[in-house]
Design a binder for this molecule. Structure first.
Ligand code: ZN
Length: 268
């Protein structure tokens, strides 16, 4: 019995490599069988490099699908180590996201002034640069939920403020009191820390192969850029910094620079 357990433990990293839940729909994840080869192929979707991982049946591409993607046929382009190229098609399904409509009477809160706009643009540049991070470490897709609390606002909500459409919700909100600890959901490296206009105090982690995670509205940040974190390491505490109406964690998960539904990365 003990020998069997030992064998299972030895084999488990390759046999039980956890992948996200496949959901080939806007805001979801497509998982595509690429077939076997000695060395890893390189895959791109819409010009962006995508995660490729080895499984017992060969290589698989794990592709993040933008919320703005129309249902229908899509494909990824694959380049093999011998220079051969192949295309792998898949079908994007329809997915309904709920609507959220709020009314804000104070105009200043809805339309930021010129100084705010300057800061918002500088923030955007920094965040966009961090989102372009690629590292060759094989990612661990098996996430733990990063904090205790209630899921207060789901990914993909179609938001309207005073009847004007806003960007859809790019993460999952978890609400709990200020000071609730926030933990790394999987091993990763800190690639961004800062205090941003909308996101408030925020941290971004690189888990490898374009799998990134983002933590916003923190009360305190407990890590520094460049630091490597194990799963469960404390990265900060929940707060209400930036544009918020109450304390919560905004948790974003990205693949190939695309926000995808964090709920596809953990078992409920
Ligand atoms: Zn949010």
């Amino acid at each position: 019995m003990r020998t069997l357990l030992f064998l299972l433990l030895c084999l488990s990293p390759s046999l039980l490599l956890a992948l996200p839940t496949a959901l080939p729909a806007p805001g979801g994840v497509a998982i595509l069988d690429l077939g076997p080869s000695q060395d890893a192929p390189r895959a791109e979707f819409d010009g962006e490099r995508v995660a490729v991982v080895r499984t017992e049946n060969g290589w698989r591409a794990v592709v993040g699908l933008p919320l703005s993607l129309e249902p229908g046929d899509q494909r990824i382009e694959v380049t093999w180590p011998d220079g051969r190229r192949s295309r792998h098609g898949f079908t994007v399904l329809h997915r309904d996201y709920a609507e959220s409509r709020i009314t804000i009477r104070e105009e200043r809160m809805v339309s930021p002034g010129p100084d705010d706009l300057k800061r918002i643009e500088a923030d955007r540049v920094r965040i966009r640069a961090a989102l372009a991070t690629w590292s060759d470490k094989t990612p661990d897709f098996d996430f733990a939920v990063p904090s205790e609390g209630r899921f207060s606002s789901g990914f993909g909500l179609r938001r309207f403020i005073n009847d004007q459409p806003r960007n859809p919700h790019s993460g999952l909100d978890i609400a709990a009191p200020v000071g609730t600890p926030i933990h790394a959901p999987a091993p990763g490296r800190v690639i961004l820390t800062g205090d941003f206009f909308y996101a408030g105090k925020a941290v971004m982690l690189d888990h490898g192969h374009g799998l990134l995670s983002f933590y916003a509205h923190l009360d305190s940040i407990g890590v520094e850029e460049g630091q490597r974190l194990e799963r469960g390491a404390r990265l900060g505490t929940m707060g209400m910094t930036g544009r918020v109406t109450g304390p919560h964690l905004h948790w974003g998960v990205y693949l190939n620079r695309t926000p995808v539904d964090p709920e596809l990365f953990f078992a409920r």
